[in-house]
Write a protein that binds this ligand. Structure first.
Ligand code: AMP
Ligand code: AMP
Length: 340
């Protein structure tokens, strides 16, 4: 490569995967870590440089300095958790991804509009407690990793517990089935979608309630909670793969209509629950690399089919950036705000 770019990201979430992939594709790597994580990131040989900051929220103060260097930012979940939408948009460092997608992702209404235009099946949504006619999940706005979600049996249960709800929320039909998180990569250079891997989350305590028989739970004061603590790999019944692929294609196609010609590109994840009649209900979309891909730093069975070499989502991102640089197409894989 004639331009020695450095791939940089915040030291958290999926940074190790992203930076390992960047290193394996020949980039220099930079982790922006906090005081607690600095030493961890320095301990890895594929991390060329670590900049320590006190808090991830201080990252915007670094932007001026980073802008002077040949740096490409690869965002992950912590960027969304620690930086505001405005801070994201103000940043003009070359950024892998299309920031216009952020608005469509951050608003639950716009996201629902996007997914339903793509023809995906969504859980029913209820406008208020009186409409509830089945078990529902109450989700707080902008909640991180399922925190504060409530399972509600019926309208009376909602009435009884509504006073606990201090933040904005949505009420959604509770889908009983197997949660499956499908990790995709859409290449704007090749105009092609790949399924990279899949996982299911491990959530506490909802994933452990099944270990206590229902009759023993009676009278116990436990309610399900959905806080994610880990992920485990899944391979999907092959007859369902075509549908999983189609859902990814439909989401990308509609994104090009709603958020500019570039649409959604790079890594993304569709979060589904599969019901016994083998229908995928879509809970949410994440428009960047998700932490579930950390299971597959060495590649997944699906990425192996395409690459025959270890290809994590992090490495796939770096490969796209490398291919773009080699063919002088970098602008097609960066947000339009990027100053090159
Ligand atoms: P962290 O940097 O660990 O605070 O994570 C940043 C964001 O990503 C938070 O919103 C987390 O809830 C989410 N996150 C972190 N790890 C995972 C995971 N393994 N699965 C799903 N979401 C995660
Ligand atoms: P989310 O914030 O949408 O990723 O949801 C976090 C977790 O809440 C999921 O992994 C599911 O376990 C659960 N969940 C979210 N939406 C639903 C739903 N409509 N039905 C059942 N469980 C859900």
């Amino acid at each position: 490569m004639n331009r020695p770019y450095t791939i940089a990201t915040l030291g958290s979430h999926s940074a190790l995967q992203i930076l390992k992939g960047a290193h394996d594709e020949g980039f220099r790597t930079l982790a922006i870590a906090n005081r607690d994580t600095e030493r961890l990131y320095r301990s890895f040989l594929f991390v060329d440089e670590v900049i320590g900051i006190d808090r991830y929220q201080d990252f915007p103060n670094l932007i001026g300095e980073l802008q002077k260097r040949k740096i490409i930012i690869v965002p992950h979940g912590s960027f969304v958790a620690y930086l505001s939408l405005e801070e994201h948009k103000r940043m003009t460092i070359p950024y892998f991804g299309n920031k216009a997608v952020l608005d469509w992702e951050a608003s639950r209404e716009l996201q629902r509009d996007w997914l339903s235009r793509a023809g995906l099946k969504l859980p029913r949504q209820f406008r208020g407690g009186s409409e509830i006619d089945r078990p529902v999940i109450v989700k707080l706005y902008g909640a991180a990793g399922g925190k504060g979600y409530m399972f509600i049996r019926d309208a009376a249960d909602f009435e009884a517990r509504a006073s606990d709800l201090k933040e904005a929320y949505i009420i959604q039909e509770y889908i009983i089935g197997v949660p499956l998180y499908i990790h995709y990569f859409y290449s704007p250079l090749e105009n092609k979608l790949e399924i990279m891997s899949m996982d299911r989350r491990y959530e506490t305590n909802v994933d452990s309630l099944g270990r206590i028989p229902a009759n023993a739970q009676e009278g116990m004061d436990v309610s399900p909670s959905y806080v994610v603590v880990g992920n485990s790999p899944v391979s999907l019944r092959e007859s369902m793969l075509a549908e999983a692929y189609r859902m990814g294609e439909d989401v990308v196609r509609v994104s090009k209509e709603i958020c500019g010609p570039k649409g959604l590109f790079g890594a993304f994840c569709i979060e589904t629950i599969i019901t016994p009649d083998m229908q995928f209900y879509v809970m949410e979309i994440s428009a960047r690399i998700v932490a579930g891909t950390n299971l597959f730093i060495d590649g997944s069975p699906y990425s192996y089919l395409n690459y025959s070499e270890p290809m994590s989502t992090g490495r796939r991102i770096a490969r796209e950036l490398k291919n773009a640089l080699l063919t002088k197409n970098l602008r097609f894989v960066l947000d339009d705000s990027s100053v090159l």
